[in-house]
Design a protein around this ligand. Structure first.
Ligand code: AGP
Length: 716
């Protein structure tokens, strides 16, 4: 979905060309998230504006890919040589929600078309934008786009003018607080303005934002203090806004008449210094800041990052980073934000020898699954230790039920492991799609444990479900890939799956790692059960072999490529049949095929075949059946018989050397090694990941960027 990137240099000379290149590169690293337009804003030249000298802006934006934006910058012959020792640039990739992907709707958006005093990029959705727009229209603002974002830029100017009228020149961070007071919905946003040269404010609510810091000098402390509102300032602010928003004033002019500007003590008077950025000799130090919605776009510059919390305002000026809150400190609220070191490596977000990220990620699975288990399983003594859960295990063991909540592929990993969870823990487990769970307003209680599974940790539906469960007092557990994501920070405890960055829109290695993390979770919950000891040992021994077995399955690629070329290429529809543990594999395979190759495909519970789906079966419909050895194998075989009796010729995924399947009624077999029943899905899913990949490649589809989809679904 939308991506934000900002770059601020202080006492580090950069030409406009270098600044633009930085912004473009940042956007390129966000491309994988899915988008339809791109844009950026940088400083132009000092121009005369009456008696004043102001820095004009250069805003360049266009529908299409970042390379189109790059070309536009060349075509517009933007001067690259001017040097800035302090500059703030902002950039954006847009995934259209309000208004089509056309130039006027691309970000950045400006407060006015004459001077462009305030410029904003924004991720998320402002739900009260229609009312704000209506109000701002009555105040004479002229809108240039159909977006919700534009009203944010207009609000900045609106409040700036009101403050000026009252004789106050507000600090950018105070102005941001006034604007945020009016916004409903979700946002990650950056604002720059020629009134505040070289400064930027970034803030978030429900949409990720982080700040990377690059400096040659050592930071004095590895945290930034949070600057809360004082009681007096808050009272004044509340008075200023009549303790209500513009809209509650019923679009009247009462706000303008009764407007009280920001607290006088706050206007451009910077009394505090950020401790982290104090240099040894008390001189300002050269520093660069990178603001982004995704660590992947920061990692090539610095590993030192600070993840913003909801409602934080990061104000960057004079080489310092300040974190402000619009409220006074409440009990238990943290007074610092740590500057952390990213574990990610640059090569993890590069394609290397692979043609697509998806292919790379499929082939990374021997390593990614190993990394999920690394340091957590003592294979010799069959002990699983999950550090992030340890302290919470006794509480979880006593819970009334476990509710697993997720979307898409992550939901499938929950389905795939529900049965082993119930078997090992003897706690009832339900698996919920986050959106449906919320739609139903499902009852949740204090003695429930709610497990949230997500690759990105930013999926809007899952985050909303998490907040819903937190409000009801349930214990929340996160099974997340992205370190520092909203979900990993908002849950009480959890496990990072350590699969490494997943860039391809189709989730592959995250699925197998989530699967393993959930199995390890179930093992930890039941590790004190004597009666389960044998089963534990069997599963742990099975897990140990998984990375090597995945390597073997990956050798099927040549056969699969041929199958996709010869037999599946022109097909319009595909059924995947599985039961028991393999029903989740069938659903996951169908999702992969749909999203990447655009071929209709359906995962069908083999037992349900005769209740309707059988009507579709004939000698033409391609079917993939999962018939690996487990207790349900005879039943799966009878489903295959039902298919072949209707002239269906299924492709059967079976265990190595399984002669029973090899009869002439079967189209072909794809043989995978055998493992413990509850782990077999980890191996069976690999051939279908490869099938979806090669079907898509054959059809000339941009595998990493399937149409209409985004990697991280940050809107409801
Ligand atoms: C998987 O291939 C999809 N791209 C999608 O279903 C994804 O799994 C879903 O949007 C959930 O994302 P999350 O794991 O980041 O929460």
């Amino acid at each position: 979905m939308c991506g934000i990137f900002g770059y601020v240099n202080f006492l580090v000379d950069k030409s406009r060309g270098e600044i633009i290149d930085n912004l473009i590169e940042g956007l390129q690293r966000l491309e994988y998230r899915g988008y339809d337009s791109a844009g950026l804003a940088v400083d132009g030249k000092l121009i005369k504006d009456g008696d004043e000298e102001i820095m004009n802006n250069i805003i360049i934006k266009t529908p299409g890919k970042v390379k189109v934006l790059k070309q536009k910058i060349i075509d517009d012959e933007i001067n690259r040589t001017d040097i800035f020792d302090n500059h703030a640039g902002i950039a954006h990739t847009r995934w259209a929600t309000h208004g089509q992907p056309k130039e006027e709707n691309c970000h950045p958006h400006r407060s006015d078309s004459t001077k462009g005093e305030f410029i904003v990029v924004h991720n998320g959705i402002i739900t009260n934008f229609a009312a704000l727009r209506k109000y701002l229209l009555t105040k004479g603002h002229i809108f240039e786009s159909e977006t919700d974002t534009e009203c944010i830029a207009k609000l900045f100017k609106h409040f700036y003018d009101l403050n000026l009228k009252a004789g106050v020149s507000p600090d950018l961070n105070e102005l941001t607080k006034q604007v945020l007071h009016e916004l409903e919905g979700s946002y990650g946003l950056l604002v720059k303005s020629y009134h505040y040269p070289g400064e930027v404010c970034g803030t978030r609510k429900g949409s990720p934002l982080l700040v990377g810091v690059k400096t040659d000098k050592k930071l004095k402390v590895d945290f930034v203090d949070v600057e809360f509102e004082t009681n007096a300032a808050q009272q004044q602010q509340q008075q200023a806004n009549g303790h209500s928003s513009l809209l509650q004033n019923n679009h009247s002019t009462s706000l303008d008449l009764g407007f009280i500007p920001v607290a006088p003590g706050e206007q451009n008077l910077r009394t505090s210094q950020s401790r982290a950025f104090l240099s040894e000799d008390d001189l300002p130090m050269p520093v660069e800041f990178f603001l982004s919605s995704d660590p992947a776009s920061v990692i090539q510059h610095t590993k030192k990052v600070l993840f913003l919390e909801d409602d934080d305002i990061a104000h960057i000026y004079d080489g310092e980073l300040h974190i402000h809150r619009a409220s006074t400190k409440s009990a238990g609220e943290s007074t610092v934000r740590p500057i952390q070191t990213l574990e990610m490596e640059l090569n993890e977000i590069m394609k290397g020898p692979y043609k697509h990220f998806m292919q790379k990620e499929i082939f990374e699975q021997p390593d990614s699954t190993f990394n999920t288990m690394r340091g957590r399983i003592d294979f010799e003594n069959c002990i699983v230790t999950l550090g992030g859960l340890k302290a919470f295990l006794p509480t979880i063991r006593r819970c009334r039920r476990i509710i697993m909540i997720a979307c898409g592929t992550s939901y499938h990993s929950c389905l795939a492991t529900r049965s082993i969870f119930e078997e090992l823990t003897e706690i009832p487990v339900s698996v919920e799609l986050a959106s449906d769970f919320l739609d139903r307003k499902s009852p949740v209680f204090r003695d429930d444990t709610c497990v949230f599974v997500s690759q990105s940790g930013e999926t809007a539906d899952s985050i909303l479900a998490l907040q819903y469960c937190l409000e009801r007092g349930a214990l929340t557990v996160g099974i997340v890939n992205s370190v520092g994501s909203s979900m990993s920070r908002q849950t009480h405890c959890g496990v990072h799956i350590n699969a490494g960055p997943e860039i391809g829109v189709a989730s592959t290695k995250a699925y197998t790692s989530q699967y393993i993390a959930l199995v390890m979770f179930a093992l930890s919950l039941s590790n004190d059960s004597i009666s389960k000891k044998k089963r534990h040992e069997e599963i742990i021994k099975g897990l140990q072999k998984i990375p090597e077995q995945i390597k073997k399955v990956l050798n099927l690629e040549t056969k699969i490529k041929k199958l996709c070329n010869d037999d599946l290429n022109d097909q319009k529809s595909l059924l995947l049949l599985g039961r028991g543990y393999q029903f989740a594999t069938a659903l996951e395979g169908a999702l992969k095929i749909k999203e990447i190759s655009y071929m209709h495909s359906e995962g069908v519970l083999a037992g349900e075949l005769k209740h309707g789906v059988l009507a579709l079966v004939d000698d033409k419909l391609p079917i993939i059946a999962f018939a690996t050895r487990d207790s349900l194998f005879p039943k799966t075989m009878s489903a295959i018989e039902q298919v072949t009796a209707r002239d269906g010729r299924p492709i059967v995924i079976c265990n190595e050397g399984d002669a029973i399947i090899s009869n002439d009624k079967v189209h072909t077999t794809l043989e995978v090694p055998q493992t413990v029943d509850c782990l077999q899905g980890l191996l069976n899913v690999i051939p279908v990941q490869l099938i979806s990949y090669w079907l898509a490649v054959n059809r000339g589809i941009d595998v990493d960027f399937p149409r209409n989809l985004a990697k991280s679904v940050t809107v409801e």
